[in-house]
Design a protein around this ligand. Structure first.
Ligand code: NAD
Length: 387
């Protein structure tokens, strides 16, 4: 890599844009659980955003959320439809519901002409993602998917290295990482029940690692997938120290693996885990005809990593490797701020979605393909309908 490129990298932090407070944006939050707390914390830092309404299915939950965050003027509703019917001057919603309610809430909002920040994963199935995108197209409004790792300078460097040509033509991607013991149940069972989570590790943190790798190589279309999912640890009462009863509600995957063919002759070797008897399923790797890139394993791929990328090349006939210096300042809070700020700016300026659905459709198609292939027990073709 040239010195110029590295210097660009070191000094590429974007300057904060001045915020026009005379142009205000009315935002509502649908689903006031765990991640809604991260949304509200960052929205409250924005002087041009008014949080006007909140909705949650659980009686009293949205009101308690309003009180906790000092949202004395926010109107409270019992579900997304009640909110969207009553709030006539709304500009945007953050959809922070569990996965199975992503598609209905997004469609309801888009049909009413409201801009949408939709938490990841996009949806549970490919069919749902297609239905949401049809509503997006008909509305002409912004739909962005909540992948905050895209805002990380270190994550951006992965794409920058690939696009620089330093690795040559990319032919192989290996997803890795994942958790040894990390089934997400800090606030109950909404991630692990089929009726709420819909999909497990494959969608929750698998969608992050897919986005990191596919975004780096320009989101090639997925063609075929041979997938595997399992639930051996999640369904074992011994896994849960304080809540053995969670095992009987576990209806999703805790581990997934897949071999995916992508357009352009690229192979994706995928694995992810919420729970396994292993420390990591490996680093993420990108192999090209001129070089390779190692992305150190994380247990989540949510945007934070604390070890540098390593590039492998042959130089003057010798095998060399070098590390790319980490950029400081990529804590989760700042990434959430950037993801929501990017959305609010797009709403104000009529800009394009920071994380466009047209890309994440392919992410969802792979997740859907892994689940279908695992169920059917053989490789399947991925077919993506026209939107
Ligand atoms: N970007 C990230 O870093 C990150 C981190 C954690 C979770 N998430 C995502 O955020 C989503 C929510 O996760 P969570 O942990 O906050 O879940 P949660 O179960 O704590 O909260 C979801 C809330 O949505 C409410 N809800 C569901 N359907 C609704 C509807 N139609 N109208 C109103 N309220 C409704 C539920 O009652 C619940 O209170 C998940 O899809 C998850 O993948 C993203």
């Amino acid at each position: 890599m040239s010195e110029t490129s590295l210097n660009d990298y070191k000094f590429s932090h974007e300057a904060e844009k001045a915020i026009d407070v005379s142009h205000r944006v009315s935002v509502a939050i649908i689903g006031t659980g765990w991640i809604a707390g991260d949304h509200i914390r960052e929205y409250l830092k924005m002087p041009d955003v008014d949080i006007v309404a909140l909705a949650d299915l659980v009686p009293g939950k949205a009101a308690a959320f309003a009180e906790k965050h000092g949202l004395t003027n926010a109107r409270i509703y019992e579900n997304d439809l009640a909110l969207l019917e009553a709030e006539k001057d709304l500009d945007a919603v953050s959809i922070c519901t569990y996965n199975c309610q992503h598609a209905p809430c997004a469609i309801h909002a888009l049909e009413r002409g409201i801009n949408v920040m939709l938490e990841k994963p996009f949806t549970v199935t490919l069919d749902e993602a297609v239905a949401v995108m049809k509503a997006e197209k008909a509305s002409g409004k912004i739909l962005t998917i909540g992948f905050q790792p895209r805002m990380s300078d270190n994550m951006k460097m992965i794409k920058k290295i690939v696009e620089s040509g330093e690795l040559g033509r990319i032919y192989y991607l290996q997803a890795g990482g994942g958790r040894r013991k990390g089934i997400p149940t800090p606030y109950g069972t909404s991630f692990i029940e089929k009726e709420t989570g819909g999909i497990g590790a494959v969608g929750d943190i698998g969608s992050y690692s897919l986005d990191m790798l596919l975004n780096a190589v320009g989101y090639p279309k997925p063609l075929t997938v041979s997938g595997y999912t399992s639930d051996f640890l999640g369904t074992n009462p011994d896994y849960y120290q304080d809540h053995p009863e969670y095992a009987s509600c576990f209806g999703v995957d805790d581990f997934a693996a897949a071999f995916v063919r992508l357009e352009g002759g690229i192979i994706l070797d995928f694995r992810i885990s919420w729970a396994m008897h292993m420390d990591t399923a490996g680093d993420a790797l990108i192999l090209g005809t001129k070089g390779g890139l190692r992305i150190p394993s994380t247990d989540c791929w949510n945007g934070e990593f604390d070890r540098p990328l390593t590039v492998y090349r042959d130089v003057a006939g010798e095998q060399v490797s070098y590390q790319v210096p980490l950029i400081a300042g990529g804590d989760l809070g700042s990434l959430f701020y950037k993801k929501l700020r990017g959305f609010v700016d797009a709403v104000k300026e009529g800009g394009s979605a920071p994380v466009p659905s047209a890309q994440i459709l392919y992410n969802q198609a792979i997740i859907d393909g892994i689940c279908r292939s695992a169920k059917e027990g053989h490789e399947i073709a991925i077919e993506i309908p026209e939107i």
